[in-house]
Design a protein around this ligand. Sequence first.
Ligand code: TRP
Length: 333
Amino acid sequence: MENEARKKRIFSGIQPSGELTLGSYMGAIKSWIGLQDEYECIYCIVDMHAITVRQVPADLRRRSLNQLAQYIACGLDPQKNIMFIQSHVPQHAELSWILGCYSMFGELSRMTQFKQKSQQHADNITAGLFTYPVLMAADILLYQADLVPVGDDQKQHVELCRNIAQRFNGIYSDTFVLPEAFIPQVGARIMSLSKPTAKMSKSDPDGCVYMMDKPEEILRKFKRAVTDSETAVRYDKENKPGISNLLTIYSAATGKTIAQAEEDFAGQGYGIFKPAVGEAVVELMRPIREEAERLIADKAYLESVYRDGAQRAQHLAQKTLSKVQRKIGFIAR
Ligand code: TRP
């Protein structure tokens, strides 16, 4: 079958919220670069998901474009991959409505993220927040994706997506590929610089290095990084979480092993070690930040990327949507 050569397809949704961090780069994005030859990858900036909580319009607009620019700057190739903005492909909304009619109130009510978010936004629990996972299922199923790289918090949504797909396939015969959550080869798990037992989070400005931070800012954050009361630069996750995290970062930034990194700093104190890690990160991020800045300024280029992406995405999406519409009894346009 022609399928023998068919690459597996990956679909990933990217929230245009907040800023990308060193943690997201070392933990996830870097490993995606290696996927682009082996898989057919589709990256979608999910602005329609973003509005399930209130957004400042100008911020949403800026972040959607910045996110696209930053991913390209990290090395995701818009030629090899399909990169587009969700609201540019109306098939997402169309399929989402249909799938909503095959999703149960009860199963959506059980989604952990809905329960959490509706507590956080108790005065603004919209229907969109509730049906968020249905739109996510539409994202994935439109492209017949095999694999969906997600963090732990999204696994339940992928599971729900499978259930919806299975239900639909059961009623109307095989229509959707059943996707699987995909945890790419674990990148480094980067912890907060100020609280090294917690994951680096974009909502913690002091413990977190942003991809767009300037060199002085990066160095300042590393100089202030929390360590311990010993003096030896030694990896010991239990007892020396701060130093271990810095060694992990240094090793990810330089490509050296942890053992080599320990050797580099044998007999030297934290006062030498911390700025050295900062410098390594500055050098790692410099070309990415500069390229992202260049792309953000080049509106015409970004526009050509997302338009081309939307066109390619729409072609695939429409195939699935037409099939679905025919099966459920809609009259062809
Ligand atoms: N819900 C995902 C998140 O918050 C984003 C997302 C939307 C997504 N649609 C998707 C992820 C489809 C994977 C596949 O991170």
